[in-house]
Design a protein around this ligand. Structure first.
Ligand SMILES: Nc1ncnc2c1ncn2[C@@H]1O[C@H](COP(=O)(O)OP(=O)(O)O)[C@@H](O)[C@H]1O
Ligand code: SF4
Ligand SMILES: [Mg+2]
Length: 369
C-alpha cells in the first residue's frame, strides 16, 4: 500500500448545515447532514395487477465523514434504496433531500449535477466497467463531465492522482489497461476512482466487496474507509454481512422485507441487537469479533424472506420466522419505535426478545449477544 500523496484531488467544499433527523446520536452524527430520505417507498407492479412493496417507509440521513450501513439479506430492498437515493428510480412515496433541498431530477442537466454530488458503486466490478474502454477512459470521462473546464494536462494529472488514491500504481501502467487485464479487486478500485472523480459528497456503495475474493475484502474495506476520511464522504455502505457493518459503520440500519426493523449506533446494534431478526443475523455470523471469518462465511445464513411461508395480511413480516411471534404479531405489523434517543426497533415483544436492551439500550457492548 502507498501512503499519503500531495497531488490528490481536493475534497468538495463544505456544504451548509441541513436537516437533522429525528433519531440521531452524538456518536452517530459526525458532520453536517448531506443527504436525507424521509419515508421512502417503492412499489413495483407485477403481473396480474399484483404490487410488490420493495421499499416501505425508509428514512435515513447521511452525514459528512460518517458511515451508515444498510444491512439485510438478499431481496430485502437495499439496492432499491440505493437506486432511489442515486436518482436512478423515482420513489412511489417519500422524499430525498440533498443539503436540505428536495431532489427534483427534471432533465439531463439536473441529473448530471446531482450525479456530481451523489455517486453509486456497484457490487459487480466485472459488469460495471465497459470492456471496450481503457481505465483512462473510465476515470477521465467523469473528470471532464463533472469538474468544469480542465486542461488536458490537468485531466491527466487528476486521473493519475486518483489512481494513487485507490492504490493502483504505477498509475500510468494501470490507466493504459483494459478491464479484462485487471483482477476483480483492481476493477473495484477503478470503480472507486471513477466515483471519486466527480468529487461527490455522497458515496453509495452497494455490496462493494461481496463479489471479491475473500482474501482482499478486508483490504478493500480499509481502502473505502480511508477514502471516506480523506474526502469526508457521507457513505452509505450496503451489505448482507452485519459483521462487516460493525467493522466501520457509525450507524446500522437493519432492513427486512423492504422496511427498517432496527437502527442505532453500530456498536450497540451489533453487540446487543434488539430486534429478533437482527439477533438472527448476528448469531449467524460465526464470530462477530473475527471479521475475517465472518466475511468468509457471510452473515446471510438465515435464508430468504418467504422460506417459512408468507406472513398473514397485515402481520409483522418477520412473524413466520420469529421464535417470539404471538397472535398479535400475526395480526398487526409493528412500526419502528424509539428504544432510546439513538436506537429504534419495530417489534411488539422487545420486553421478551431483548429485555436487557430495553433496560440499558446503549454502551453495553460486552461481547455477548
Ligand atoms: N425493477 C424491478 N421490478 C420488479 N421487482 C423488483 C425490481 N427491482 C427489484 N425488485 C424486487 O424488489 C425486492 C428488493 O430487491 P433489491 O432492492 O434488489 O434487494 P436487495 O438489494 O436487498 O437484494 C426484490 O423482491 C426484488 O425482486
Ligand atoms: S413483532 Fe412479533 S413476530 Fe415481529 S419481530 Fe417482534 S416478536 Fe417477532
Ligand atoms: Mg442488492
Amino acid at each position: 500500500m502507498t501512503g499519503e500523496h500531495d497531488h490528490r484531488p481536493q475534497p468538495a467544499p463544505e456544504q451548509p448545515p441541513a436537516v437533522t433527523p429525528a433519531i440521531t446520536h452524538p456518536a452517530v452524527v459526525r458532520g453536517d447532514c448531506v443527504m436525507d430520505a424521509v419515508s421512502l417507498g417503492k412499489d413495483y407492479r407485477l403481473a396480474r395487477h399484483q404490487v410488490l412493496h420493495a421499499v416501505r417507509d425508509v428514512s435515513l440521513s447521511l452525514h459528512r465523514g460518517a458511515v451508515v450501513a444498510l444491512v439485510g439479506e438478499s431481496g430485502s430492498g437495499k439496492s432499491t434504496v440505493a437506486r432511489l437515493l442515486a436518482g436512478q428510480e423515482r420513489p412511489s412515496a417519500g422524499t430525498v433531500r440533498l443539503n436540505g433541498q428536495p431532489v427534483a431530477l427534471s432533465g439531463h442537466r439536473a441529473f448530471r449535477r446531482y450525479k456530481s454530488e451523489v455517486q453509486l458503486v456497484f457490487q459487480d466490478p466485472f459488469a460495471s466497467l465497459n470492456p471496450a474502454h481503457t481505465v483512462r477512459y473510465h476515470v477521465e470521462r467523469p473528470l471532464r463531465l463533472h469538474r468544469g473546464p480542465l486542461s488536458a494536462a490537468e485531466v491527466r494529472q487528476q486521473a493519475a492522482a486518483l489512481m494513487e488514491q485507490v492504490r493502483l500504481t504505477p498509475a500510468e501502467d494501470f490507466l493504459a489497461k483494459y478491464p479484462h487485464e485487471l483482477s476483480g479487486g483492481q476493477r473495484q478500485r477503478v470503480s472507486f476512482a471513477r466515483a471519486l472523480a466527480a468529487q461527490p459528497s455522497v458515496l453509495l456503495a452497494d455490496e462493494p466487496v461481496s463479489m471479491l475474493d475473500v482474501s482482499i475484502r478486508l483490504e478493500m474495506l480499509a481502502l473505502l474507509d480511508d477514502l471516506r476520511k480523506r474526502f469526508r464522504l457521507a457513505l452509505l455502505y450496503i451489505t448482507h454481512d452485519i459483521a462487516s457493518a460493525r467493522y466501520f459503520a457509525d450507524e446500522v440500519l437493519v432492513m427486512y422485507a423492504g422496511e427498517i426493523v432496527e437502527r442505532g449506533p453500530a456498536e450497540d446494534v451489533t453487540q446487543r441487537p434488539a430486534h429478533p431478526y437482527t439477533q438472527l443475523l448476528v448469531s449467524s455470523a460465526p464470530d462477530p469479533d473475527n471479521l475475517g471469518t465472518a466475511l468468509r462465511n457471510g452473515a446471510n445464513r438465515a435464508g430468504r424472506p418467504g422460506l417459512a411461508g408468507p406472513p398473514p395480511d397485515g402481520a409483522c413480516p418477520f412473524s413466520p420466522r420469529c421464535p417470539y411471534a404471538d397472535d398479535r404479531c400475526r395480526r398487526e405489523a409493528p412500526a419502528l419505535q424509539p428504544i432510546s434517543a439513538a436506537r429504534a426497533a419495530a417489534c411488539w415483544r422487545l420486553d421478551v426478545a431483548a429485555p436487557d436492551v430495553l433496560a440499558r439500550p446503549e454502551g453495553g457492548g460486552d461481547g455477548t449477544t
